[in-house]
Unconditional design. Structure first.
Length: 105
């Protein structure tokens, strides 16, 4: 019985640690083929979760060669993207369909 409760404690602690590893969530919105905010400030050295919300009626491609991510986002939908930990600096991301639409993290 003791080993079962010890096992339960280990599993619970692991779940809590994995949740807190991505506690920092940020939202980027795409509307009229433009991302907002223009610059997203996040802490260096942390894993983060970015929720990208596409409010346009067409699918878009969120892409960044700086932090090696590429995601297709359906019309009027959203995706979660996990990145980091990143060193301090500026990282560019863009809408692959509209290369002029460039923003930074």
């Amino acid at each position: 019985m003791k080993s079962l409760s010890f096992y339960s404690l280990i599993v619970t602690a692991s779940l809590l640690l994995s949740i807190s590893a991505y506690a920092d969530e940020y939202i980027i919105t795409l509307k009229n083929n433009a991302f907002s905010p223009k610059e997203l400030v996040v802490p260096a050295g942390h894993k983060i979760k970015i929720i990208v919300k596409n409010q346009d009626a067409t699918p878009v491609e969120f892409e960044s060669s700086d932090f090696n991510r590429e995601k297709l986002i359906g019309a009027n939908s959203e995706v979660s993207i996990f990145i980091g930990p990143l060193e301090a600096g500026r990282y560019t991301y863009f809408n692959d369909s509209y290369s002029w639409c460039r923003n930074t993290i």
